[in-house]
Design a binder for this molecule. Structure first.
Ligand code: MN
Length: 303
C-alpha cells in the first residue's frame, strides 16, 4: 500500500517556515514516529538564524538530523551541545524536560540550515522515565547502489545506529551525487514512509519531490529507490504503534488532563527546570482550551 501525503507549511521559532509532514489528517504515526518537520535548505539574512527559545516536552523523544548548518541545543539537564552536519541529537523527554535550539553562526555571517526534526512517541511503560540527552556524531554509513546510506535509527543494510530508542523502528538518510538505484531491504512487519529532502527520487514506483510524504504500508521485504541526478531522501519506519496518543503543542500524552497539567506547570515555571544561556525568550504554552488544539490536531479528542 502506497499513499501520497502532502506536507503543510508551518512556522517555527524565528519566523522560519518549514514543511510539516507528520502529523497530518491522513496519518498521525509511522511506527512510533509522530512528528516530522523538514527545514531548509536555506540561508538566513546576516544576523538571523534558527531561534527556538526554551520550551518543554513530555512523553516523546526529539530526534534532530542535521544536514547543513550548526545549532546549539541547551536543556534543563545542563547540556549545551553543538550539532553539526552528519550528527543526530536525541533528547528523551520522558516525564519532562525543557530545551532551546539556536543557530550557532556568528552575527556577521549567513547561517545556513538544512535539518529534519522528528519526534518519537514513547510507549506507555517508558513515557514517564527520567529525561536524558545524547549527541551521536558517528552513525553507520554504507555505500550501496550509488547512494550513501546513513543509519540514523534502528538497523539497515546490516548496520545499526547507536541511538537509544524504546520501540522497534528505523530511520535512514539516503543521498546520491548522481544517478543511483537501490533495492533497500525492509523489515516486513514495519510500516514506512519516505520523504525527499533535495532533488527528486522514485520510491516504490512513485516519483517524489520535497514536500510529499510517501506512506508505505506493512508487508514489504524491500523497496526500490532510485534517482536521476543528485538527490537526498529519508526513510522512516517502525512497528505500528497501537497506543492512542494525544499530541498537542510540544506534549505527547494519553489524557487531556495530562496536557492541561503540563501547560499549567510550564507557564508557572514549575516541573521543567531551567535552560541557561539561550539568547531566545522562553515560549508560552497556549491554552489547551483554545483554537490551537483544533488547528494542530483536528482528529484528536477535544480538550
Ligand atoms: Mn523542542
Amino acid at each position: 500500500m502506497l499513499e501520497r501525503i502532502e506536507s503543510r507549511a508551518n512556522t517555527i521559532g524565528g519566523g522560519l517556515t518549514i514543511r510539516r509532514a507528520l502529523p497530518n489528517m491522513r496519518r498521525r504515526l509511522v511506527g512510533a514516529w509522530c512528528f516530522l518537520d523538514h527545514a531548509g535548505p536555506l540561508e538566513f539574512p546576516p544576523g538571523d538564524g534558527l531561534r527556538v527559545g526554551p520550551h518543554p516536552h513530555i512523553g516523546l523523544q526529539t530526534f534532530t538530523w542535521m544536514i547543513e548548518g550548526a545549532v546549539v541545543h541547551r536543556d534543563s539537564l545542563g547540556n549545551e551541545q553543538l550539532i553539526t552536519p552528519g550528527q543526530v541529537n536525541l533528547m528523551t523527554a520522558g516525564g519532562g524536560i525543557s530545551h532551546s535550539e539556536d543557530s550557532a553562526a556568528p552575527q556577521s555571517e549567513h547561517a545556513r540550515l538544512h535539518a529534519v526534526q522528528l519526534w518519537i512517541a514513547l510507549p506507555d511503560a517508558q513515557r514517564h522515565r527520567a529525561p536524558s540527552f545524547q549527541n551521536y556524531p558517528d552513525l553507520p554509513l554504507i555505500e550501496s547502489g550509488g547512494f550513501s546510506v546513513r543509519v540514523l535509527a534502528g538497523s539497515a543494510l546490516g548496520r545499526s545506529s547507536p541511538a537509544e530508542v524504546f520501540s522497534p523502528l528505523v530511520g535512514v538518510d539516503l543521498s546520491a551525487p548522481a544517478d543511483a538505484h537501490l533495492a533497500l531491504p525492509l523489515t516486513n512487519s514495519f510500516e514506512h514512509a519516505a520523504l525527499v529532502l533535495e532533488g527528486e527520487a522514485d520510491v516504490g514506483g512513485e516519483k517524489l519531490a520535497p514536500g510529499t510524504l510517501l506512506y508505505v504500508g506493512t508487508g514489504r521485504d524491500s523497496i526500490d529507490i532510485s534517482c536521476v541526478g543528485a538527490a537526498r531522501l529519508i526513510l522512516i519506519g517502525g512497528a505500528p504503534f497501537h497506543e492512542e496518543i494525544l499530541l498537542w503543542w510540544n506534549f505527547v500524552a494519553r489524557r487531556p488532563a495530562e496536557i492541561e497539567q503540563a501547560t499549567r506547570e510550564w507557564n508557572a515555571g514549575q516541573r521543567f527546570g531551567n535552560v541557561r544561556g539561550s539568547p531566545s525568550a522562553p515560549l508560552v504554552a497556549p491554552n489547551p482550551a483554545g483554537l490551537g488544539l483544533r488547528a494542530t490536531a483536528p482528529k484528536l479528542p477535544s480538550l
